[in-house]
Design a binder for this molecule. Sequence first.
Ligand code: GDP
Length: 604
Amino acid sequence: MSEQTKEQETKSIELPSNMTVRDLAELMDASPIDVIKTLMSNGVMANINQLIDYDTAAIVASEMGYEASLETVDQLEAEDVGEVPMWRRLIASEDKASLKPRPPVVTILGHVDHGKTTLLDAIRQTSVVSEEAGGITQHIGAYQAKHKDRLITFLDTPGHAAFTAMRSRGAQGADLVVLVVAADDGVMPQTKEALAHAKAAKVPIVVAMNKVDLPSANPDLVKQQLADNGLIPDEWDGDTIVVPVSAKQKTGLEDLLEGILLVADSTEILANPDGEVIGTVIEAERDPSRGVVATLLVQNGTLKQGDTLVVGMAYGKMRAMFDFVGNPIEAVGPATPTSVLGLKEVPTAGDPFRVVESEKEARAIVAEREEKAKENKAKSASPLTLESMFDAFHAGELRELRLILKADVQGSLEPILSSLEEMSATDKEGEIGVNVLFTGTGNISENDITLASASRAIVMGFNVEADNAARRLAETEGVSIRLYDIIYRMTEDVEKALKGMLEPEIRERTIGKAEVRAIFKISRYGKIAGCRVIEGEIQRNAIMRVIRNGEQIHEGPISSLKHEKDDVREVREGFECGINLKEFDAIQEGDILEAFVREKVAIS
Ligand code: GDP
C-alpha cells in the first residue's frame, strides 16, 4: 500500500466535546444525511441540529474514515492534572512561533496592616495611564500599570482569599507575587503563609519592604528575617529583590515596578493572542441594573464582544466589554483584565473560562458538568490522607509529599524539620521528597487548612491542637490533620507514607456495655457471665474490656454469646445475655463489660 492511500484511509480530525450533526458533517466535509444515516446505523436517531457528544461523534467519524481526537482545550480540561493550571498547559501546547510576550500578572500578598491596599492604591495613582478616563479608574479587581512603556497587570484584591481561590481551582492566575513586609513589624505569621502559598505555586517573589518612612523601621532586621525564611536579599548575594518603599509617601514605587519587570524577564511570560481563548474569573457579582458583571483575566487568545463564554456552570454571550477604567472595548488580549456583561449566572471567582462556538454548545457543556457534579457529589470527596497521597504519587499526580507543620514552640520544629529534610523515597517515576510548605507555632487554624487545601498538603501538629473552626473546615475541604506528641512517631509516619507502607489508622469504637449480674459455672465452658446490656449492643465478634471498680482488668475476645439458649450474633440494650470470654475466667458479679470494635478509618 502506498503512503498516499494509507493517509487517505485514516484522515485525522479534531472534534470539540459537543457539536451538532451539521457541525460534524461540515468538519468532515460530508453530507449531513450521511452523518444521520451513520448515526442511525448505530442506533442513534438524530436530526441535523441535534447536539451529539464527542464519543458519539468519534464513532461516526471513524466509520466515515476519520480518526478523531478531542480538541486541545477539551483535552486539557479532560486531563485535569490539577498541579499545573490549564491555561499554562494550553500555552505550553501552542506552537512556539505563535507565542508573544504579554504583561506579567502580579498579585500582592502580606500580613494584615503591612500596607497591601495602600501600596495597590499608590501604584494605581502614580502609574496607571488613565488619560482617557480623566483619571477615574474603577475597582474591578484588577488594573494595569505602566512602567517604561511596559504594562504590568495587578490583581487588586489583596489578601490570600482571592489568590487561594484561584490556586485551589488550579487557575493560579499570577506570574509573580509582591510580598509586602512592613519595615517596622517584620516577618509575621501571614507573611509566612503568603510565602508558603507562593512557594507551593512556584511563583517568584519580589519583596516590597514597606513603611520605610517610619522612624521605627528596621530594614536590616527585616532582611535578616527574610533570609531566615529562605528569601536572601539580592544585596546579600541572594536572588530575592527587596525594594524599600513607602506606600504612604509614594516613594520607591518606580524601583518596585522595575524589580517586577526584572523578575518577569527572567521567566517566560508568553501567550498566543490568536490562540484558543481561555482565562480566569477575577471577581463577579450581580448588578441590579446591568445583570451579571464579571471581571475576567484573559490568559490566552483574544476575547471579543459577542463571544460565548462557559465558566463553571455559567455561560452567556458577551454583550459588552469594558477595560479597567470603564471604557467600552471590543476585544482584549492576554493578561489584560476586562469587565464583561452577558453571563446568565454569577460565576465563581478563580474559575477558568473558555470561549465556545455557540450558546448551544455552552448549554451542552454546562449540562454535562452538572451531570458530573451530581455524580461526584454522590461519590463524596475522599479526604486527602497520607495513604491517599501515596496513591496520588503512584498515579503521577503528585511528585512530593506536602506538609504544613505546626508545633508548640519553635524549638520543636527544628529537629522535626532536620529529620524530614533527609527523607525521600523512590518509585517507578523517580524520587519523591518531602516539601514542607509552611511551619509555624501555635494551634492549627483555619488558615493552615486553607493553605493545605489549596496546596493539596497534609497538616501535621506536634504538641498542638486543631481549633474547632479548623476541624470543621478540614472536614468540608477534605484536609487531613494528624496530631502527635512524640517526634519520632511523626517522622516515622512521614517516612512510611513516602515508602507506601503506611497502615491505615485503626480506631477503637465502643459499641455497647453490659453489666454482670450473675455467674454460672459450666464445666465445658468455664464461667459464664449472666449479663444485661445497659448501653448499645454487644456483638459476638467485638472485643471486650472488663472493668472492675472503674479500672480495666482485662481485654480480649468473646468465646460465646448466648441469648437464652441460643448462640447469637448480637444482643441489644435492655436484653439479657450470657457471655463467655476467651482468655479470662476471673469474671465477677458487678463487673462491667465494654464491647468495642477496631475500625480502619480515614485519618482526619
Ligand atoms: P493592608 O491590611 O496590608 O491592606 O494594609 P493597609 O494598606 O490597610 O495599611 C495599614 C495601615 O498602614 C494604614 O493605616 C496605612 O495608612 C498604613 N500604611 C500603609 N503604608 C504605609 C507606609 O508606607 N508608611 C506608613 N507610615 N504607613 C503606612
